[in-house]
Design a protein around this ligand. Structure first.
Ligand code: C2E
Ligand code: MG
Ligand code: MG
Ligand code: MG
Length: 277
């Protein structure tokens, strides 16, 4: 099922699971325990500017399960969402990320922008803004630069609820990024109305950019639209120098992918930043 996207983890995943165990209920129970067993942790993938300098990281959650091996987030986040576990998981992700950014600043004397993925359910929770404010105040990071990554499919949610919420988040000094851009069905008129700072070109376009003229045209259009709206354009899943060069020639100004670094656990991120200096 996920063999294409997760070549490395799927073998681990499938071999350690009995057929049929892979149902939502048992995965849900195991995930519930995982939160208490401290099997969840964060990794951070560097984001590079036009000159190849790291300006930020994307925080990505990982689950190293005793029973199941490394479970990909694409697998357990939908389960958390469907089972009502997402608020708890989302709280963990937000808190742990901010704590580690704080420690990073204390240990390394530098800080950078951090992007957090917020699932739609989490974002539409009535207490989301309250929690976010609380966590930010709690961490006391003087120069925190926080960006929220929200998927394009959020656009189909209630715009009258969404617009003031996004405006409040922006007023708090946070940035907003549209994740997986180009894969959803948003209309341009909505994009114009919403306060967004960045468009994140989905990996699927980057993957086929060099072979497929349609993908190239899509990327060109996304960049043109984004630039006209004064948005930053970030390409995700950049794996080769050729992809980077093509993206640069099309006007892309931010890059993230295995070409620069894989998502790194806290200690490895420290080494990466040290090596960059
Ligand atoms: P996403 O937010 O679009 O994240 C990008 C995914 O692409 C990440 O997968 C990342 O590891 C992967 N990636 C980045 N560069 C490359 C590359 O050059 N090559 C390849 N093959 N892959 C690359 P990951 O970490 O498995 O996350 C998958 C999805 O799960 C994320 O997509 C996001 O939607 C969700 N997710 C992950 N962490 C969190 C989280 O903390 N909270 C929420 N709500 N969702 C999360
Ligand atoms: Mg993301
Ligand atoms: Mg993305
Ligand atoms: Mg994506």
């Amino acid at each position: 099922y996920e063999a294409k996207k997760y070549k490395n983890s799927v073998r681990f995943f499938a071999s350690s699971m009995q057929e049929g165990y892979l149902n939502r209920v048992s995965l849900e129970q195991t995930l519930r325990q995982a939160l208490n067993k401290q099997e969840l942790y964060m990794v951070y993938q560097p984001q590079m500017d036009h000159y190849g300098v790291m300006y930020g990281v994307e925080a990505l959650v990982r689950w190293q399960s005793e029973e199941l091996g490394l479970v990909p987030p694409d697998k357990f986040i939908p389960v958390a969402e469907a089972s009502g576990l997402m608020p708890k998981l989302g709280d963990f992700i937000m808190r742990r990320t901010l704590e580690e950014m704080k420690t990073f600043q204390e240990e390394m004397g530098t800080s950078f922008q951090v992007s957090l993925n917020i699932s739609i359910k989490q974002f539409m929770e009535a207490t989301f803004l309250e929690k976010l404010t609380h966590e930010i105040e709690n961490v006391r990071l003087s120069n925190l630069v926080l960006c929220l990554e929200i998927t394009e499919s959020l656009f189909i949610e209630d715009i009258d609820y969404l617009l003031p919420l996004l405006q409040k988040i922006r007023a708090m000094g946070l940035y907003i990024s549209m994740d997986d851009f180009g894969t959803g069905y948003s209309s341009l008129s909505i994009l114009r109305k919403l306060p967004v700072d960045e468009l994140k070109i989905d990996k699927s376009f980057v993957d086929t950019l060099l072979e497929d003229i349609t993908a190239e045209k899509m990327v060109q259009n996304i960049i043109t639209i984004g630039k006209n709206l004064d948005l930053a354009i970030l390409a995700e899943g950049v794996e080769t120098k050729e992809q980077e060069e093509k993206l640069k020639s099309l006007g892309c100004d931010r890059f993230q992918g295995y070409l620069y670094a894989k998502p790194l656990p806290y200690e490895a991120l420290k080494s990466f930043v040290q090596a960059q200096k």
